[in-house]
Design a binder for this molecule. Structure first.
Ligand code: SF4
Length: 427
């Protein structure tokens, strides 16, 4: 049987699968790359077998991985296992996502053949074309590799895309998911990878394009309609002031497309996105109540100390967080407020202010989503010490959790923060 020139095998597990669906959607946009076989592998134990199977049928196999910094160590372990099971140089392992972009040298040294820098839509199309043509994959724009001496060779960052030009998922492969409304973020918070990976500028998908993809979701029998945005109420706005007319046009338009389908639900300002506290106004909350099905709204709070909020460049104070919680409650939406414990440079006074605010908001009916600070690669705080929770602080967090006022992965994130600090690239 003749072999195909190239096959894609995707490490299609929870954390990276939305990003990988976007890449397959990019391949679907062109007749030549749409025809490349793709194997979505959802289970860790099946990946090596999938790569071996693809090698029997293909000249080259591109194994695509996409992951976040907290998962980087675990993914490197898995890569080593797959390589040991299938030590064939025709299988080319490519890492993408915010971590690989921020730490290309470390990622390549951990065993990936190629790293995608920045946004991946154009890069994956060029990569697939190079694989189909049998040309040098390392020459593709947006990729980096190691030279024989172990030094980084970069072909520059991938093209920063216009969302309207690319699908939000891969409908031809039946891989649908939340629609990315906005890429990039003007708020450059010092702990967050988003603005440093996608640039500190909003790029919105236009309303007609959003609605076009909602129709695709509806035709596929979607029930829950969700959206990805760094700050939901910024949809359509060029700067910090929300454009509520644009938000209303979006929500009304989506509602109209969904129609009265039984069981269909529209989610906005909640998972997998959130809202900034200064955007939580009575008018904005009334808008949500009119159109959405979520009964809660996720608000970025992060700290109860104005000094810390300023240091991490949040662009709001603690009083704004308190006010937002009151406005959401008044509107009948349960506020879930993100807090980060163990932010760098906190004094005892700052820690106390954060715990007090978290406790006070929980007492009013909010739920606190607790995180521990992780020094994420690519951010201004990448070299900061990992978040540490003193026993007395942990005891108060545990008490709040036990009362139902707080939830989250703060304990696990404390371990991840330590691991990230331990893996920092020397120099
Ligand atoms: S934390 Fe939110 S508002 Fe701040 S930069 Fe990240 S995405 Fe933007």
């Amino acid at each position: 049987m003749p072999r195909t020139p190239a096959t894609l095998v995707l490490d299609h597990r929870q954390t990276g699968k939305v990003a990988l669906n976007v890449l397959v959607g990019a391949l679907e946009s062109f007749p030549d790359t749409a025809a490349v076989p793709v194997d979505f592998v959802p289970r860790e134990r099946d990946l090596a077998d999938a790569v071996a199977r693809a090698l029997e049928a293909s000249e080259r196999v591109l194994v695509l991985w996409s992951f976040y910094s907290p998962d980087a160590a675990e993914q490197a372990r898995r890569l080593a296992q797959v390589r040991a099971a299938v030590p064939d140089p025709r299988a080319v392992h490519v890492a993408g996502g915010v971590h690989a972009s921020a730490e290309p040298l470390a990622t390549l040294r951990e065993g990936w053949d190629l790293v995608a820098l920045g946004e991946g839509e154009r890069t994956v199309v060029d990569l697939a074309r190079a694989a189909l043509a049998g040309t040098d994959l390392r020459a593709v724009r947006g990729l980096a590799h190691l030279d024989p001496g172990g030094a980084l060779v970069s072909r520059g960052r991938g093209e920063a895309v216009t969302l309207d030009d690319w699908p939000p998922f891969a409908p031809a492969h039946g891989r649908l998911g939340p629609i990315e409304l906005t890429r990039g973020c003007i708020y450059a918070c010092a702990f967050c990878q988003t603005p440093f990976h996608h640039r500190a500028r909003f790029r919105h998908r236009s309303l007609p394009e959003v609605l076009r993809w909602v129709r695709v979701q509806k035709a596929a029998g979607f029930r829950d309609y969700r959206f990805i945005s760094p700050t939901s109420l910024s949809y359509g706005a060029p700067g910090p002031d929300p454009d509520l007319a644009a938000v209303e046009a979006l929500l009304a338009g989506v509602r109209e497309v969904i129609g009265p389908s039984p069981g269909a639900r529209l989610f906005f300002g909640t998972f997998p996105s959130e809202v900034r506290p200064e955007h939580v106004t009575p008018a904005a909350m009334a808008l949500l109540r009119r159109y959405v099905d979520n009964t809660s709204v996720i608000i970025g709070g992060q700290s109860g100390s104005d000094r810390v909020l300023e240091r991490i460049r949040r662009g709001h104070d603690a009083a704004t967080v308190e006010r937002a919680v009151g406005v959401a409650l008044e509107a009948g939406l349960e506020p879930h407020v993100d807090f980060i414990f163990g932010l760098p440079g906190e004094t005892d006074h700052d820690v106390e202010a954060t715990l007090r605010l978290a406790e006070a908001l929980a007492a009013r009916g909010a739920r606190v989503h607790g995180h521990t600070f992780m020094p994420l690669p690519g951010t201004p705080l990448k070299d900061a010490p990992p978040g540490r929770l003193a026993p007395a602080v942990r005891a108060r967090i545990d008490r709040l959790a036990a009362s139902g006022g707080l939830y989250g992965q703060w304990a696990r994130q404390a371990e991840v923060a330590d691991a990230l600090a331990g893996r920092r690239a020397p120099g």
